[in-house]
Structures are given as structure tokens and as C-alpha cells.
Ligand binder design. Structure first.
Ligand code: IMP
Ligand code: MG
Length: 180
């Protein structure tokens, strides 16, 4: 099997098209630009999954803003969060000077984001909100609700637009259902 055939054979169907994503991002960019007018705004993009989303979202925002990146890993014993989040890449900004918007690709169990928010709040930002491209509420384990969620999806494993399966498929321009 050629690499391209292997790549496509696991894509069951397109769940959210490129056009649908772009349209929602333009609306959201407009909404954020109004809400944060004259406020120091910092986007914190959670890597790796949200790199595509943040690159389109920040270009749909028409007010000054900063973009920074964070990479985090949470540790759990069984289904219980130990509250240990290990930061492998951190932002350098003094958060007490910013209104922060955390940008995620998907909220699944909610654990990773829960720990990141707790950690960032300790740095006294002016405010913290969460924006997620996708929300899978049926899988939630910890109480976590995004302030802005672009699409709510059923309990499926999805890839594309930054989301991976074993680090592959991030470069698909749409969100697709992955099948083994
Ligand atoms: P959680 O909310 O702590 O369970 O973790 C969310 C993370 O799991 C996301 O940032 C993704 O990296 C990954 N993830 C969850 N669901 C999916 C999916 O359907 N496709 C790809 N990655 C996913
Ligand atoms: Mg992620």
C-alpha cells in the first residue's frame, strides 16, 4: 500500500468541512475583537493540537493581541487527577498584565485543561477564558466548560485541523472521523 492510500484508508468521513470551520472562526474572531477591545489580550495555545486553530483564529482577530504557546502533560492515578501537571514548554509573559484566552483543540475528559487553568490562575491574570475548537461533553470526567466552543461533537475519535492519531493527520484541512 502506498503511503497516501494508507493515510486515506482510516478516514471514515468528513465531520466538519474546511468551509464550516473557517466560517465559525471568522464569527468567533469578530466576537473576541469586540469583547476585548482596549484590553491587553494574550492567547495561550496548548500544543500540539491547537497550532492550526490558533493560527487561523488569531488572524480573524482585528485588535492587538499576543500569542504564546504552552505544552503540558497531566498525571493521573486511575481516574483521579493527582493535580500534577508537568509543563514541558511555558509562556514567558507576566500574566498579571493580561486578559488570557486559553486555546484548545478539543476538550475530552477535561482533565488537562482543568490542571492548566488551576496553574495559570495562580499567576494572577486579569481574567482567564477558555476557547475550544471541539467539545466532546459526553466524555467529561472533571467539571469543565469552555467559555467559547465552536463545535460540539459526539463521542467519536477525530483527526485533522491539528488533531492527530499517533502524531499523524494534523495537516488535514478538515475534521474527520478516524477508523481503525
Ligand atoms: P482531556 O480533555 O484531558 O481528556 O484531553 C484532551 C486531549 O486529548 C486533547 O487536547 C487531544 O490532544 C486529545 N484528544 C481527545 N480526544 C481526541 C480526538 O478525538 N482526537 C484526537 N485527539 C483527542
Ligand atoms: Mg491537545
Amino acid at each position: 500500500m502506498k503511503p497516501t492510500e494508507k493515510f486515506n484508508s482510516h478516514i471514515k468521513r468528513i465531520l466538519i468541512s474546511e468551509e464550516e470551520i473557517q466560517q465559525k472562526i471568522v464569527e468567533t474572531g469578530r466576537q473576541i475583537s469586540e469583547e476585548y477591545r482596549d484590553k491587553p489580550l494574550l492567547f495561550i495555545s496548548i500544543l500540539n493540537g491547537s497550532f492550526v486553530f490558533i493560527s487561523d483564529l488569531c488572524r480573524a482577530v482585528t485588535i492587538p493581541c499576543e500569542v504564546a504557546f504552552m505544552c503540558a502533560r497531566s498525571y493521573y492515578s486511575g481516574t483521579v487527577s493527582t493535580g500534577n501537571v508537568s509543563i514541558t514548554l511555558d509562556v514567558s509573559q507576566d500574566l498579571s498584565k493580561y486578559h488570557v484566552i486559553i486555546a484548545e483543540d478539543i476538550i475530552d475528559t477535561g482533565r488537562t485543561l482543568h490542571d492548566i487553568i488551576e496553574l495559570l490562575k495562580k499567576r494572577n491574570p486579569l481574567s482567564v477564558k477558555v476557547i475550544t475548537l471541539l467539545d466532546k461533553p459526553s466524555r467529561r470526567i472533571v467539571d469543565m466548560k469552555a467559555d467559547i466552543s465552536l463545535f460540539t461533537i459526539p463521542d467519536l475519535f477525530v483527526v485533522g485541523y491539528g488533531l492527530d492519531y499517533a502524531e499523524i493527520y494534523r495537516n488535514l484541512p478538515y475534521i474527520a472521523e478516524y477508523e481503525e
